[in-house]
Design a protein around this ligand. Structure first.
Ligand code: TTP
Ligand code: MN
Ligand code: MN
Ligand code: MN
Length: 348
């Protein structure tokens, strides 16, 4: 769901008569859904809305590839109005992508209320996403990030003394708010970090800090990776997508107010946890600090300009046919022949 694969942003001329639209439609799920909306609008006499939906469907029909991210649609005309709003509300649910949203629209589900009422089968992530919709769409502030950090540090310190917790992602780049809080965890002694995530998660769970979690185990093997298999951008660390139940501190009154129940003593916060062996720490740190575009450009530079392959695990030099080691981000920039750029200046 969160891997940083290359995603094309589409740009399309506004008028259908400026575009070549063939019968081969890569976005049938979405266009079917929009056509259905058009029909409903027309049946209830709202011709203007009907045409708007038809235009939106047609714009999607002309795309050369399936849409996987909403952000790809920035340059697609006719999607500015109601169509995009409907898709946005549904994909605003943690665990729901464009494809699922399209399917639901096709089933006539356009709002969160309809989703709650008509009850299509939701998976665990989507149930958590729907239940905590407002919290998860409310930006996380620095103070909240610090509060989450304190919890994660307590957890790590308790299950693996000596473990080091580093704030990564947007907050490491100095952002004041984020859509989640990201952490990288390691241990100075190689190998001690193995199997850490399940212990961390069960500690957090036992203390009542988890509303949702999905853990993936480490599947990275340098040997298997090899030069012949330029590592995919998706990394293979032990990682955990989670939703924390973060107690609201007294004194930050109001911020936690939500829903019919009035002020609540906690809020839901998306938290990403990643565990890396210390030998890969610098690569993981660089790869998880972002921004996403900065990462993508680093990999493009490495490949096109240096004949190297950069991942969050390692840097492989094709000319020398060997991995280049690094224990700091500075060393990685040096290997890449780039001037060092600190996190606060990676907000591309
Ligand atoms: P995000 O948390 O999605 O983005 P962010 O922290 O920059 O912004 P926000 O404030 O909205 O949370 O991702 C954090 C970084 O992790 C980002 O640079 C991309 C990187 N990353 C992944 O998300 N998934 C991966 O598999 C890898 C290797 C990196
Ligand atoms: Mn983040
Ligand atoms: Mn994240
Ligand atoms: Mn390329």
């Amino acid at each position: 769901e969160q891997q940083t694969e290359e995603v094309e942003v589409f740009s399309t001329p506004s008028y259908a008569c400026q575009r070549r639209t063939t019968l081969d439609n890569h976005n049938a799920v979405l266009t079917d859904a929009l056509s259905l909306l058009a029909e409903n609008a027309e049946l209830s006499g709202e011709d203007g809305r009907g045409v708007a939906f038809r235009r939106a469907a047609a714009a999607l029909k002309a795309l050369p590839l399936p849409v996987t991210r909403l952000t790809q649609l920035g340059g697609v005309p006719c999607l500015g109005g109601h169509s995009l709003r409907v898709i946005k509300v549904l994909t605003g649910i943690f665990g729901v992508g464009v494809k699922t949203a399209g399917r639901w629209i096709g089933e006539g589900i356009l709002t969160l209320r309809q989703l709650r009422d008509s009850g299509p089968t939701l998976n665990r992530a989507q149930r958590a996403g729907l239940r905590h919709y407002d919290d998860l769409n409310r930006p996380v502030g620095r103070a909240e990030a610090a509060a989450v950090a304190a919890v994660v540090e307590a957890a790590a310190g308790s299950v693996l003394p000596g473990a080091r917790v580093t704030l990564i992602g947007g907050f490491r780049r100095g952002k004041q708010t984020g859509h989640d809080v990201d952490f990288l965890i390691t241990h100075p002694e190689e190998g001690r970090e193995a199997g850490l995530m399940p212990k961390l998660v069960s500690w957090l769970d036992s203390q009542g800090f988890l509303l949702y979690q999905k853990t993936n185990s480490n599947s990275y093997l340098e040997a298997a990776e090899g030069p012949a298999r330029p590592a995919s951008n998706m990394d293979r660390f032990e990682r955990c997508f989670s939703v924390f139940k973060l107690p609201e501190e007294a004194g930050r009154g109001g911020a936690g107010a939500g829903g019919e129940g009035g002020p609540r003593p906690w809020r839901a916060v998306r938290v990403d946890l990643v565990v890396s062996p210390v030998s890969q720490f610098a690569f993981a740190l660089l790869g998880w600090t972002g921004s996403k575009l900065f990462e993508r450009e680093l990999r493009r530079w490495a490949g096109h300009e240096m004949n190297m392959c950069l991942s969050s695990h390692a840097l492989y030099d094709h000319r020398q046919s060997r991995y280049l080691r690094a224990s700091s981000e500075e060393e990685i920039f040096a290997h890449l022949g780039l001037e060092y750029i600190p996190p606060s200046e990676r907000n591309a």
